[in-house]
Structure formats: C-alpha cells, structure tokens
Design a protein around this ligand. Structure first.
Ligand code: PMP
Ligand code: GLU
Length: 397
C-alpha cells in the first residue's frame, strides 16, 4: 500500500469545505439543500473587477508573475492599507499568495519551529489549528464562549503565554462567531503582548470590511508591537472574489522574505490574471464594498430575529462577518426515532438529513455545543432555512 505521511494523516479534513461538498452532492441527487455551511459572499464579483481581468488576458498577462506578486498590486494594497487602516507598508513588506489561506499558512510555516506554541483564541476558523499542526507547532487554544461574546480577555491571554509562545493568532471580525474586538479590547490584549518581545502577532483581518460597528482597528496600528505584527487580508470576502484566490500578508521585511522563499518553492506567484483583477478591486471605487456590507447587515438582523424565535437556541448579535454561531446544547441528548443527537456534530448532520439545511458543527471551530450558519445567501433562502430548522428541531424529543 502506498504510504501516506504522518504529517498528512494527522491533518483533519476542512469541515467547512467538507460540509459544502456534502450538500453539493445531495443537491446533485436532486435534494433541495440550502447551503449555510461554507462562508462565501453570494454576490457576483463587481463588473469593473471582471473587466480588469478580461483586459489582463487581452494585454497578455499570461507569464509567470513575480513570486511576491506584481509590484503594481503590492503598491495598490499598500495604498489601501494606508488609507483605510492608517498603517504604512513598503511593497517589500507585502507578499501576495493564493488566497489569505495560503498567505497565513506561509507565515506559520515560515515562523514556527517544532514545539513552538501558538496561542489561538477559540472558537476559531477551522484551518488555524491544522496549519499549526502542519508546522509541528503546538496549538494552545483559549476558549471564549457566548457568555463572553466569544472574545478572550487580557487575563486569559496572559495566563497562556509561556517562554515557548512564538505566535498569537487573532481574527476580528471573527470566523465563526462574527465577534469584533473594540479598540479598547485590542488595546488590553496589546498591553499583554507588548511585554512578550518573542511573540509574533498574526492578525487575520479578512473580514475587516464586513463590520457593522462602524469602526475597525488593525492590530498593525499599535506602535508598541511595531516590527512583529503580520496582517493577513485579501479580496475574497470584501470584493466577493473567493474563487479568484488572491490574499496577502503584510508585515516585517524579514518575514516577507522568508514567505517569498517558501512560496517560490511550492506555488510561485499567484495567478497573473487574478492579480490584475485584485489590483482593480483595490484601486477602483469602494462603493461595492459598502453595498455588500449593508446587505449582510440587513441579513444579520433577519437571521438573529429568526433564530430568536426558535426555543432553545441561544444567539448573540454578531457585529461582523456573515456567520451566526448559536449555542444548541438544549437539543443535545434528544432523539428523533432511533436517532440520538449525542453532540453538535450529530445535530448538524440531523439538520442536513431532516431539514436539508447544511451548517457546520461548532467542534470544527474548537467549540462543541454550537453550530455555525453562514447568512451569505438570499433573504428567501434564509427564511426557508430557518423555517425548516425550526420544524426539524421541534421534532426532537
Ligand atoms: N481567514 C478566515 C478567518 C477565513 O474565514 C477565510 C475564508 N476561508 C480565510 C482566512 C481564507 O480566505 P481566502 O483564502 O479565500 O482568501
Ligand atoms: N472561510 C470560509 C469558511 O470558513 C471558506 C471555507 C474555508 O476556506 O474554510 O467557510
């Protein structure tokens, strides 16, 4: 039998992608599944961005791109970050990759040695823990449940930092909870981190523009952490460009150089056409970003209202991203015929089978007892999905 490496075997399958795949398979069999599992905007990429990609093809942007990305794109990203976050970057500090996912994995693989500890507030996006495992680092999770609005405190952070801590991985607005740390909350975390000079702070800001609070603070704006913050961002969520696969890291030059070396050996520069499209996204009108955010906000209000009508679901009001993360423990231990709902994973499968609504088990985000629903879909789909969920949950005894 062909050997599969230990490294590969110890990796979990991405539950967000797996659940989406499962619902696509059911759909192909003719089942009318509403997919609230994968998190991606349902909008089409704006026309001016698509136009730039068509132009790039006609202009023969068909050759290998520089490993770190076209200089023009890195300049456009730097200008955007300066304008919206007030943080200055030179193009040498920015490396474009195949999505924020690769950008983040590049950073982790470039910094973490075997045995290094990486602090991850949870619930956290499925891939963080797995990427750290890939680097043979040790994920140190810090739980924050619905009672603390899914945000860790400075005391919690302080209590898990050890001499082996090499990285802290933050995500605000958060996937899977939509929690957004305020400036003051981030400041209190910075007050802990400023005394930890060996810790690199990686801030995943991919949902920065899907934020209903009206204010956003980039971790890179705190002077006390200068030289050791890496920002992860990209075009997938803000510009509805998930399939184009463009994301980036912005941070210290030595990290950018290490990431470029790594990327040069295993994927090279990202797609030249997609990079030209991303450049148009950053340099063009930002009206589309605001419009999509307004639509998500309306849907957020709708799903919170719908979820609150269902007895036993505990929901908070998410301040950003496009996820609802209800606590579902009231339904654990119940049954439907012979089927016992032992945990939130069983509940997600029950909802898929009985309500034909795809969600993701909270355990995939390191917090069992919850499920994640993406509300990046039409109002009609959302109303129908909640009607079905409500009916299916009511059948559990
Ligand atoms: N970080 C978070 C928190 C995400 O939810 C996603 C979306 N999958 C990513 C990073 C990666 O985004 P992409 O690779 O599409 O740019
Ligand atoms: N960010 C999305 C999600 O969490 C995309 C899927 C993925 O890459 O995990 O559903």
């Amino acid at each position: 039998m062909t050997q599969i490496s230990e490294r590969n075997r110890s990796l979990a399958v991405s539950q967000t992608l797996a659940m989406s795949q499962r619902s696509a398979e059911l759909r192909a069999k003719g089942v009318d599944v509403i997919n609230l599992s994968v998190g991606e905007p349902d909008f089409n990429t704006p026309d001016h961005i698509k136009q730039a990609a068509k132009q790039a093809i006609d202009d023969n942007f068909s050759f290998y791109s520089p490993v770190a990305g076209f200089l023009s794109l890195r300049k456009a990203i730097a200008a955007n970050l300066a304008q919206v976050n007030g943080v200055e970057y030179a193009p040498e500090q920015i490396v474009v990759g195949n999505g924020a996912k690769q950008a983040l994995c590049n950073v982790i693989l470039s910094i973490i040695n075997p045995g290094d500890e990486v602090v991850i507030p949870t619930p956290a996006w499925v891939s963080y823990v797995e990427m750290v495992k890939l680097a043979e680092g040790v994920p140190v999770t810090v739980p924050a449940d619905i009672r603390q609005n899914f945000k860790i405190t400075d005391e919690q952070l302080r209590s898990v930092i050890t001499p082996r801590t090499r990285m802290v991985l933050l995500c605000s607005p958060s996937n899977p909870t939509g929690a957004v740390y305020t400036h003051d909350e981030l400041r209190s975390l910075v007050n802990v981190l400023k005394d930890c000079p060996n810790v690199t702070v990686v801030s995943d800001e991919i949902y920065q523009h899907i934020n209903y609070t009206g204010s956003f603070t980039s971790m890179a704006s705190f002077k006390e952490l200068e030289g050791r913050v890496v920002v992860i961002n990209g075009v997938s969520k803000a510009y509805a460009m998930t399939g184009w696969r463009i994301g980036f890291m912005a941070g210290p030059v030595e990290i950018a150089k290490a990431v470029t070396k790594l990327q040069g050996q295993y994927t090279s520069g990202a797609s030249s056409i997609a990079q030209k499209a991303a450049e148009a996204a950053y340099t063009g009108s930002q009206e589309c970003v605001a419009e999509m955010c307004a639509a998500f906000r309306r849907r957020r209000d709708l799903v919170v209202a719908l979820a609150r009508e269902i007895p036993g679901l505990k929901v908070n009001v998410p301040d950003g991203a496009f996820y609802l993360f209800p606590e579902v423990s009231a339904y654990i231990g119940r049954r439907f015929g012979d089927r016992v709902i032992k945990d939130s994973g069983d509940l997600a499968l029950y909802l898929l089978d009985e309500a034909h609504v795809a969600t993701v088990d909270g355990a995939a985000f390191s917090l069992p007892g919850y499920i994640r629903l993406s509300y990046a879909t039409s109002d009609d789909n959302l109303r129908e999905a909640f009607r079905r969920i409500s009916a299916a949950l009511a059948r559990l005894v």
